[in-house]
Design a protein around this ligand. Sequence first.
Ligand SMILES: [Fe+2]
Ligand SMILES: [Fe+2]
Length: 248
Amino acid sequence: MESQDWKDGIEMSGEITSNQSLGEIVGKYPLLSGFFEKNGIDYCCGGKETLKEAAAEHNIDEKNLIKQIEKELERLDEFQADEIVWETRPASELVDYIVARHHGYIKQNLPDSESHIRKIVQVHSEVNPNEMMGNEKAIVRLPKLLAAFLEMKESLSKHLKEEEDEVFPAIKNDAVDESLKQKILKLQEEHEELGETLEKIKQLATDFVLPEWACPTFAATYRLLSGFQADIHKHVHLENNILFPKLF
Ligand SMILES: [Fe+2]
Ligand SMILES: [Fe+2]
């Protein structure tokens, strides 16, 4: 399927420019979240960063980065139409979506991910010498991985409760005042901390690259954690870069 309109738009009006923020770009083209995720570019907590700044940080030529993004947009063309552009929708609708889609995802996947990590920690606590061949780091790091995950689980549970019990009902009731603003600032600080914990988990899980000897449970654990990270990035992007700016 060809969607000539927006492709022409990019070329004719230079829609993707290096001065745009990452949050703005993903707000407009939500499916680009996968491209940024794949390239390790933080578009959620780092959503205020411009494309130019992100290119410099990752040592990529900015024109080349724009070209890659345009190419990705062409590839995504046929999927893009189904993706909701939340910038144009009411805040209350976005709140319902975040709770159903992203809070639902976390609640469904947290227990499963935890039991998977606990299982691989238990299975690999007595290290098989064959498993130490070149990939020992993956095993040595497992208890730390579990600790980081549990830390994330605890702060996430409090964070979601604060959003669902306090902040989101106030948004839906249009009770936008100074006290709500302060609560949102606190949520944004928690997003930063969450981003740091997720990064720590990714490093402890050796960038989710599986050791050669990985058993199916090990593979499933890394798959769950990597999916978790991608989903939380989208979730935080929707709150930080789309929902909260709608209010003030
Ligand atoms: Fe949330
Ligand atoms: Fe949040």
